[in-house]
Design a binder for this molecule. Sequence first.
Ligand SMILES: Cc1cc2nc3c(=O)[nH]c(=O)nc-3n(C[C@H](O)[C@H](O)[C@H](O)COP(=O)(O)O)c2cc1C
Length: 300
Amino acid sequence: MNDISTSLGKITLKSPILNASGTFGTEYFNFFEQEVLGAYVTKTITLKPKEGNPSPRLYETETGLLNAIGLQNPGLKSFLNNDLFELKDCLTIPLIVSFSGATEDEFIRVMEALELHSGICGYEINISCPNVKNEGIAFGTDPDVVFKLMGKLAKLTERELIVKLSPNVADIALIAQAAEAGGASALSLINTLYGMAIDWETGKSRLSIPVCGYSGLGIKPVALALTYQTTRAVKIPVIAMGGIHSWQDALEFFYAGASAIAIGTANFSNPLTIPEIHHGLQTFLKQHNLNLRDIIGKVN
Ligand SMILES: Cc1cc2nc3c(=O)[nH]c(=O)nc-3n(C[C@H](O)[C@H](O)[C@H](O)COP(=O)(O)O)c2cc1C
């Protein structure tokens, strides 16, 4: 059997495929075996519950999806008392908890609370949200802020520490290097791009928040370029995502340098995307007598 496993910072994943945060629940495991995933990533949680934005919150475009969910989640307390138990009960694969905060202190408080619980293999730190102490400018857009935040979080944990990067920055390599220098053990990218849709008949925004998140097929070339640039700027592994719908798409990201990939929007149109990509990758590796590690970063 050709080897499809991959290294992610401190851990080895039996499969290089993850689910993208916020797009996937364990109900998908009614359709396929969870072991096709290398790890399960939760929806982003925050210290306090968030209702998210009013509807309409989703709009499908010709080439992707616009979302204005607004990090709706039940908050840390409810996550610890309910979701975490259910996840630990259900999962046989490693669990990665995604979380975010509006201040440095909030990130620290969430991580300190999660550290008290077993069964969590790592964290994905979502830094794409506004920093209330920095005039609402997203954490992930300032290398100094990212460096300091990661320095504080890295001191609190021995677990895998993944930072999820926003594509909405001038130079993603600078942010990636700041996260690495601060102590991140892996990176994931990309979060959603800025997007917008307007009803041409009425002139109204199609979503409750005019400028929202754009994901899916149309963002693939952008995600691929940012994966390529980032993997050349850092030594830590990168989990790449953005518009991956097929095993051929996945291969492009491995050639660009990704150590693992994640699937988001594609799950909505085809719930079997993940097992199909897993099968396609295995078949490709077998046909070419390759291990996955042979092709990572080998774009020419
Ligand atoms: C409906 C929806 C909800 C999302 N929620 C989150 C979230 O809670 N946390 C996060 O880090 N990213 C979130 N994302 C971003 C995805 O994890 C992913 O980074 C992005 O959609 C690009 O991948 P894709 O094109 O495969 O969907 C969300 C995306 C969508 C479409």
